[in-house]
Structure formats: structure tokens, C-alpha cells
Design a binder for this molecule. Sequence first.
Ligand SMILES: NC(=O)c1ccc[n+]([C@@H]2O[C@H](COP(=O)([O-])OP(=O)(O)OC[C@H]3O[C@@H](n4cnc5c(N)ncnc54)[C@H](OP(=O)(O)O)[C@@H]3O)[C@@H](O)[C@H]2O)c1
Ligand SMILES: *[C@@H]1O[C@H](CO)[C@@H](O)[C@H](O)[C@H]1NC(C)=O
Length: 318
Amino acid sequence: MFNLLVVGGSLLGVYVILCLTVLKMPRCKSSAKLHGKTVIVTGSNTGIGKATAMDLAKRGARVILACRDPQRAEAAVNLIKKESGNNQVLYMHLDLASLQSVRSFVENFLKTESRLDILINNAGLATRGKTKDGFGIIFGVNHLGHFLLTVLLLERLKECAPSRVVTVSSDAHKFGKIDFDCINTHKKLGLGDSALALLGLYSDSKLCNVLFTHELAKRLEGTNVTCFSLHPGAIKTEIGRDANLWWKLVLFPITMLFFLDVDSGAQTSLYCALQEGIEHLSGRYFSKCATVDLSAKARDDATARKLWEVSERLCGLA
Ligand SMILES: NC(=O)c1ccc[n+]([C@@H]2O[C@H](COP(=O)([O-])OP(=O)(O)OC[C@H]3O[C@@H](n4cnc5c(N)ncnc54)[C@H](OP(=O)(O)O)[C@@H]3O)[C@@H](O)[C@H]2O)c1
Ligand SMILES: *[C@@H]1O[C@H](CO)[C@@H](O)[C@H](O)[C@H]1NC(C)=O
């Protein structure tokens, strides 16, 4: 009995220390106000994207929720308007799993909006399936849809410089690889659809996010448009919604103990979008509101350029 108490007490102590150290998320300290500025956040009807949009709305921005599900998006719009007291919050339809939808979104946006100051590429998933254009959905949504979206919005971002492109990646990119042969032959990053294979494809797509940002920064040199990629932390969201019951049972306690809330999950996105004086760090990767050095494969110039060129071709841009 006594031993049990000692073990229990020690575990609790370790947990508390973990919570105060490694698990702690610093906050974005920028007090920037955004009145007169327009931002787009993709996948902002829930999770990290919604928390990000909420904070930007509270700072006075005109916030566009670029989402695929009208009901879920309108519910988020209403909640954000109510809680932020900002009426300049609106939903525009964007399904990143359709290149045509990306094009329609941009057309509609450029026609009806006069500015774009911050683009946050936040939407992401790790599920089975294909996009409308026949791409693996993880590659199609996490990378390709955001690639086309960003490229089509670049002129507007340049007109509104200084402006920023923030792409939510993940530390999972460390396990990623880019198999160009597989992309060319199968329109996806890799084969297989077991839970483990999906995790692999997700990591690959998050490596695409990092390499995309690396190449984008080079192409934007001298424009005052800067770009950053980031890891938001391990955050309690709906991202695992399609996992099977076994995974959910295994992950539930881990999530409850070690994953942070969505407000914490938004901090590094906010930092990259708002922090003054980080412009010279364009192209870099952030975690916990600070830069983190990337491994060689995640900042490889040749791979990043090739991914850009392949993506242009797949989107029908080249
Ligand atoms: N949670 C974590 O621990 C964690 C860790 C590292 C990185 N991340 C990254 O953080 C980002 C946000 O994820 P989250 O954790 O907040 O997940 P989430 O709660 O599942 O939210 C994902 C968002 O993306 C949207 N989305 C999915 N497919 C879309 C499509 N085809 N078109 C437009 N929007 C689409 C979803 O819309 P619906 O609601 O309509 O499905 C939802 O709004 C992702 O890029 C993810 O990879 C998360
Ligand atoms: C970028 O910003 C600097 C400092 O504000 C300014 O001097 C320069 O003209 C800008 N360049 C472009 C291309 O807008």
C-alpha cells in the first residue's frame, strides 16, 4: 500500500514536472492589432485553425474561414463573431481536395476582397481516399491544394506586402520522404492504406509543407512577402477522427495526459503570422514560438525545387 503511494506520488510528480517543462507551450507575445487587414485560414471550422481564426478576429482582422463544409463553417463563423465581437468574419467555400474548388475560391476571393495580408495554410488530414482529381487525399489536401492556393494568391500578397504565408506542418515531417516516382506513377506519396501506411503518407505530406516553404521563401526574396512552416505541438483536435476503435482506445489516455488544448496549438501559427522582426527568418521552421533547425532532407534545395516543379505540373500551371 505504502509502496503504491510512493510510486503513484512519484509518477504524479514526474507528470507535473513534464507539464511545467517539455509540455509547456509558450504564448505568442505579439500585441499586433489587425484592423484593416485581411487573413485567410484554411480548415478553420474546428481544431487549431478555429483557435487561430478566433485570435486573429479578436485582434480586429477581417477573417476568411476557408472551409469545405458549409454547416460546420457557419457554426464556427457565428461562434467566432460572438466571442470576438468582430463582425468581419466570413465563410468562403474551399475544398482543398479539388483543384477546381481551389481555383473557384481564389477567383471569388480576388473579386470580392480587396486585400490579403496573411494566408494560413492550416487544413490537414490523415485519412484514406482520393481527391476529385485522383490524387491521394493526404498529398492532395495537405500539400497540392495548398500549393495551388498559395501560388494563385501570390500576386495579391505581393500587392499587400509586408504580408505572410504560414503553413502548418508537423514534427512528423522528420519521418517523411518524397518518392517522386510514386507521385508520377500513382499520383500519391506512397502505396498502402493500413493505419501505419497512412501515418507514413501524413509524414511525407508534412515534409512537402516544409520543403514548399523553403522553396517559396527563395522565390519571394525581395518582395517583402515572407513565409514560415511550423509544428503546432501535440494538440487535442479532431485529426484522429477516422482512426479505428483500437487506436482511439490506445490514444485516448495519451491524448488526455500529454496533448494540449487548441488555444495552445494556435500559438506558433500566430507567432509566425504576427511576430515583428522575424522577416529575415523567411523559409524557416518553427516550434513552440521559436525557430528549430531542420535536418538536411527538409531543407534540400534540389528536392524543394523539384517538388515545386512537379506540383506546378500536377496543378496544370506549367
Ligand atoms: N493536432 C495535432 O496534434 C497536430 C500535430 C501536428 C500538426 N498538426 C496539423 O495541424 C493542422 C490542423 O489540424 P487539427 O489538429 O486542428 O485537425 P482537425 O481538428 O481535424 O482540423 C482539420 C481541419 O482541416 C479541414 N479540412 C480537411 N480536409 C479539407 C479539405 N479537403 N478542404 C478544406 N478543409 C479541409 C477540416 O475540415 P472538416 O471539419 O470539414 O473536416 C478541419 O477544419 C493540420 O495541418 C495538421 O496536420 C496537428
Ligand atoms: C520592402 O520593405 C522595405 C522596408 O519597408 C522597403 O524599403 C522596400 O521598398 C520594400 N520592397 C518592396 C519590393 O516592396
